[in-house]
Design a protein around this ligand. Structure first.
Ligand code: CTP
Length: 388
C-alpha cells in the first residue's frame, strides 16, 4: 500500500532495472517485483495484473515500449499487462526530442491515443546529456495529480478499442488563461488583483486528462505546471492578449479564467517613482485595456469554437448576480459564462468554488460548492456538448 493509500504493483522492464533495482521497487511497493512472465507462474501474473488494475501508468514511457504497445507486442510482463488491462492507461513519454518527433513515434502515439490511452505531452527542458528540448518527463507530482484525477473520473480512456471510451477532448486544442495580470507603474510597482490561478490550472489539468492538447496562458501564477500542458507565461493584460489571440487561431475552445486588469497606468515610469519632498502623493492616470474575451468572441478565429468567460459578480442596486451575469454574457458575446458570487471575496485562493454556468443558448447549470477540479469538469462537459 502506498503513502496515498493506493495499492501499487510495480512492473519494471528489464531496461528499467538497469536504473533502479528490483529490491527498491519491492521495498517501496511492499510486493514482489518481476519483469518477465515466468515468475510466480501459478498466479498467472501476465493477465491478472492488468485485469485487476484500475489504472495503468507507464512512466517514463520509452519510444520502444510505446511502439510495442501500439502494435500489441507482448514479450515481457509490462507489455502483457498493457494487453490485458481494461482500465484507463496513461503513458508519460520521456526521450530525446529527435525520438519524440520521429514519424514512427508520432504514428505510435497517434495509435495509442486513438484507442483511448492518455499520452501525456512531455515537458520541454534539460534532457540526459547536454541536450535540451521537448522530451522531459513531467514532474512526478504533476503526473500523480493527473493520475488521481483520471482515477476519480474513471470513465476517461480505456485500453480496449471501444470508441465510446475515448477521452472526450481527444484531438481538440484548448486554450485556458489563468491568474491575474500586473500593470506596472514603474520597474518595481504594479496594480494587481487577488486571482490565484487555481481555477485556471484545474481547467488545464482536467482538459489534459480528457485528452486535449492544452495551451495554458498563465499570468503571475505560482503553482506547479500541470502534466502535459504547454505553458505560456505572461505578466500584463497586453501580453495576455497577444498570447491568447495567437493560441486561439487553432483552438477548438478557449476558457478565459484569468483576471486581466481592466485598466493600466497610462504612463509607466522608467525609473522608480520617488516620494515628493513636499509630501504630495502622485496622481495616477489609467487607460482601459482591451477586452480579450469580447475580442475573441466577436472575431471567432475558428468557426465552431466554444468560448467561455468567467464573471466575478457581487450584485448591486442595478441587479442580482444572475441579472448582471446574463447582461455580461450578451455583452461579451461568448458561448458560456461561469458566474461566481464573490461577495465577501470567498473564492480567491480557495480550493473550492461554487458557480452557475450560463449558456448563450439559455442554458443554466448550477454547480454546488465543490472542488475547483469538479467545476472544471462540469465546464468541459458543457464545452464538449457544444463542440461540433
Ligand atoms: N476579461 C478579458 N479582458 C479584460 C477583462 C476581462 O478577457 N480586459 C475576461 C475575463 O477573463 C473573464 C471575463 O472577461 O472571463 C469577465 O471579466 P470581468 O472583469 O468580470 O468583466 P468586465 O467586462 O470587466 O465587467 P465589469 O464591468 O463587471 O468589470
Amino acid at each position: 500500500m502506498s503513502e496515498s493509500g493506493h495499492d501499487v504493483t510495480v512492473v519494471p522492464t528489464a531496461s528499467a532495472l538497469e536504473f533502479v533495482g528490483a529490491a527498491t521497487w519491492s521495498a517501496l511497493s511492499g510486493k514482489p517485483v518481476a519483469s518477465d512472465v515466468w515468475a510466480s507462474v501459478h498466479e498467472v501474473p501476465h493477465v491478472r495484473i492488468g485485469q485487476g488494475a484500475h489504472l495503468v501508468v507507464v512512466a517514463p514511457a520509452t519510444a520502444d515500449v510505446m511502439a510495442k504497445a501500439a502494435h500489441g507486442l507482448a514479450d515481457d510482463l509490462l507489455t502483457n499487462t498493457l494487453l490485458t488491462a481494461r482500465c484507463p492507461v496513461v503513458f508519460a513519454p520521456a526521450m530525446h526530442t529527435e525520438m519524440w518527433e520521429h514519424p514512427a513515434t508520432r504514428a505510435n502515439v497517434a495509435t495509442l491515443r486513438s484507442r483511448g490511452a492518455v499520452v501525456i505531452e512531455p515537458d520541454e527542458g534539460r534532457l540526459t546529456g547536454k541536450d535540451t528540448g521537448k522530451g522531459r518527463l513531467p514532474d512526478p507530482e504533476a503526473l500523480y495529480e493527473a493520475c488521481t484525477e483520471i482515477l476519480a473520473r474513471g470513465r476517461v480512456g480505456d485500453a480496449g478499442s471501444s470508441e465510446s471510451s475515448l477521452p472526450d477532448l481527444a484531438g481538440r486544442h484548448v486554450v485556458v488563461s489563468a491568474g491575474g495580470t500586473r500593470e506596472y507603474l514603474d520597474p518595481v510597482r504594479f496594480l494587481g488583483n487577488r486571482s490565484s490561478g487555481l481555477q485556471g490550472y484545474a481547467l488545464a489539468r482536467a482538459a489534459a486528462v480528457r485528452g486535449a492538447e492544452v495551451t495554458l496562458v498563465a499570468a503571475n501564477v505560482a503553482l506547479p505546471t500541470p502534466a502535459g500542458v504547454r505553458l505560456v507565461r505572461v505578466e500584463t493584460t497586453a501580453e495576455l492578449r497577444v498570447a491568447v489571440v495567437e493560441a486561439t487561431a487553432s483552438a477548438d475552445a478557449v476558457v478565459m479564467a484569468a483576471a486581466p486588469a481592466d485598466f493600466r497606468p497610462t504612463r509607466v515610469s522608467d525609473a522608480k517613482i520617488k516620494k515628493a519632498a513636499d509630501g504630495s502623493a502622485p496622481t495616477i492616470t489609467l487607460t482601459q485595456n482591451d477586452d480579450i474575451l469580447r475580442e475573441i468572441s466577436t472575431t471567432r478565429a475558428r468557426a465552431g469554437s466554444v468560448i467561455v468567460g468567467f464573471a466575478a459578480e457581487t450584485g448591486d442596486d442595478t441587479g442580482s448576480v444572475l441579472d448582471l451575469a446574463r447582461a455580461k454574457l450578451a455583452r461579451k458575446g461568448c458561448d458560456l459564462l461561469v458566474v461566481n458570487d464573490v461577495s465577501g471575496g470567498a473564492v480567491f485562493g480557495s480550493p473550492d468554488n461554487e458557480a452557475v454556468v450560463l449558456g448563450a443558448d439559455g442554458g443554466q447549470t448550477d454547480v454546488p460548492l465543490g472542488s475547483k477540479s469538479a467545476l472544471a469538469h462540469v465546464i468541459w462537459d458543457e464545452v464538449a456538448r457544444r463542440l461540433v
